[in-house]
Design a protein around this ligand. Structure first.
Ligand code: SF4
Length: 142
């Protein structure tokens, strides 16, 4: 199956990975799944429960040493082409946790990040905008 036919007639699937966040970003992400005003289905997306079905991965948290191996394993399960969106300042720089002994390195030292959505936490509108950018990148890779 060509990359193009993979997306023909189907909507991008979103998959969330919590890389040790404080849950602030995850609460904002939840609004994009359950509140009609910010619902990602307006963009033709849906959340999925399995990394094997995902097209776009949304990562929250600073990548703690405790979850690093699991996060990288989940990321590897997502088929290519995939687009990665870093949600919040934590996956970009470590944010308020960057000096912590529990921190691994920033996410983009292990995973190629395509879109950054800064904020602590970012507002749902910014998350929607980041997902819209990710959809465009995904289409360009199809
Ligand atoms: S960016 Fe802020 S709200 Fe999001 S996980 Fe980090 S500390 Fe929490």
């Amino acid at each position: 199956m060509s990359s193009l036919s993979r997306f023909a007639g189907k909507s991008p699937w979103l998959y969330r990975i919590n890389a040790g966040s404080c849950n602030g970003c995850d609460v904002e992400l939840a609004t994009t799944a359950i509140i009609p005003r910010y619902d990602v289905e307006r963009l033709g997306c849906q959340y999925c429960a399995s990394p094997k079905h995902a097209d776009i991965v949304l990562i929250t948290g600073p990548l703690t040493t405790r979850v690093k191996d699991k996060v990288l394993s989940l990321y590897d399960e997502i088929p290519n082409p995939k687009v990665t969106v870093a949600i919040g300042i934590c996956p970009i720089s470590g944010g308020v946790f960057r000096e912590s002994y529990t921190m691994s390195r920033p996410v983009d030292e292990y995973i190629p990040v395509d879109v950054n959505v800064p904020g602590c936490p970012p507002r749902p509108q910014a998350i929607i905008e980041g997902i819209a950018k990710a959809i465009k990148i995904l289409e360009s890779r199809s």
